[in-house]
Write a new protein. Structure first.
Ligand code: SF4
Length: 384
């Protein structure tokens, strides 16, 4: 079995050279030794002048925290490193645009009780924590994530679960945050048990970036708990193939063995993963470890993340590239979560190049992924 202590492909940064394997494997040690201030990165990264300035400018609005595991994946001297850009603040976060929203998905406006968003009739989003091992600079919930004053109280969580129990049309609950795996095993077990006892729930989902940023959290003890309440649908958030290091893939495999159904929600990020080859490579590696590419999300219109956004055409071109180069199981849905709480819509490349009426209905000319053209006769059923 792969050793969860093997964190990166290369060597650990010199700052962690004396750390024992037992310490490195401990998720508590990783959490307690998160890097938060510029000086914490000495012996890990050579911060640029802009990055240092960004620490001072950004961290009171949206904190900085990086696990040693995730820091060890970063290129020490390259500020454009795709892992580094996800976790080290940049001055572009300070830019304000009139079209941005603090709550782009209107999650707060659809809360029947605090800490629970109920927008689609059959689904509810339950926020358990506003902590995360790493605070991703592209986070869409910057308005509250990383802020300890907005953490959900025990009473608030109880009221939210009561609401789910009292609302039979809810069939699917997504446990989210922040990252719900920042809770203790005992607390998670209690909450999963409460939810599993609700007879009208078909689906329990859990959204977590721990397999990426803190794979040590996926312990045998946690896997046993998840297995007890199987199937738990886990959506994680790998954005780049370099994140799939041995520790992370071992965490995915452990979750699969526990009966979890794994999906990945990649966010399309400018300069990080906005090219077809990177996404193809990521998706191939995810499939190898039992995690299905589920969504490729257009980056939201949240405040301070516009510099990460790509044109819609970029995502459509990536989808066009994927189709034909990887089986359907590796092709995610490319979606925009509409601002204002409109929900998700899927975008697909336009494969129709011509259409003309015929005696049967319509003849449609499609192009395939090679650019070759093929005709399909679409029947007008009313005329048959
Ligand atoms: S793990 Fe998720 S909730 Fe936490 S900072 Fe990253 S994107 Fe936001």
């Amino acid at each position: 079995m792969t050793d969860l202590s093997s964190s990166s492909y290369g060597q650990r940064p010199s700052r962690f050279a004396s750390i024992t394997s037992a310490q490195w494997k401990s998720w508590h040690w990783q959490q307690q030794h998160r890097l938060r201030r510029p000086e914490d990165f000495d012996g890990v990264l050579e911060l640029t002048a802009d990055e240092r300035e960004a620490f001072a400018a950004c961290s009171d609005r949206f904190r900085v925290a990086v696990t040693p595991h995730y820091a060890a994946l970063m290129a020490p001297t390259d500020p454009e490193c795709p892992i580094r850009r996800q976790a080290i603040p940049g001055l572009a976060e300070q830019q304000v645009h009139s079209f941005e929203h603090s709550d782009p998905l209107a999650e707060e406006a659809h809360m029947p009780v605090p800490g629970l968003t109920h927008r689609y009739p059959d689904r509810a989003l339950l926020y358990l924590s506003h902590n995360c091992p790493v605070y991703c600079r592209h986070c869409t919930r910057k308005r509250k994530v990383s802020n300890p004053t907005t953490a959900a109280s025990t009473r608030q969580i109880e009221r939210a679960i009561d609401y789910i129990a009292d609302t039979p049309k809810i069939r699917d609950v997504i446990i989210s945050g922040g990252d719900p795996l920042t809770l203790s095993d005992a607390r998670l077990e209690e909450i999963l048990g409460r939810l599993r006892d609700i007879a009208h729930l078909d689906v329990i989902r859990l959204g977590t970036r721990n397999p990426v940023t803190l794979p040590q959290r996926i312990t045998e003890a946690l896997a046993d708990i998840l297995s007890e309440y199987a199937p738990i649908y886990i959506n994680t958030h790998f954005n780049h193939p370099s994140e799939l290091v041995p520790g992370a893939t071992a965490a995915l495999q452990r979750l699969v063995r526990a009966g979890c159904v794994l999906g990945n929600q990649m966010v399309l990020l400018r300069g990080i993963n906005d090219d077809p080859q990177t996404v193809l490579s990521l998706n191939r590696r995810l499939l190898r470890h039992g995690c299905r590419p589920y969504y490729m999300l257009q980056c939201d219109m949240a405040q301070g993340i516009t510099h990460f956004r790509t044109p819609l055409k970029t995502g459509l071109d990536i989808m066009d590239h994927l189709r034909g180069r990887i089986g359907g199981v590796g092709v995610p849905d490319f979606v925009i979560d509409l601002p204002g709480g409109g929900g998700k819509v899927e975008l697909v490349p336009d494969y129709i190049v011509d259409r003309r009426p015929t005696e049967y209905g319509e003849t449609i000319q499609f192009r395939n992924f090679h650019g070759d053209h093929f005709e399909f006769v679409d029947l007008d059923i009313d005329d048959q």
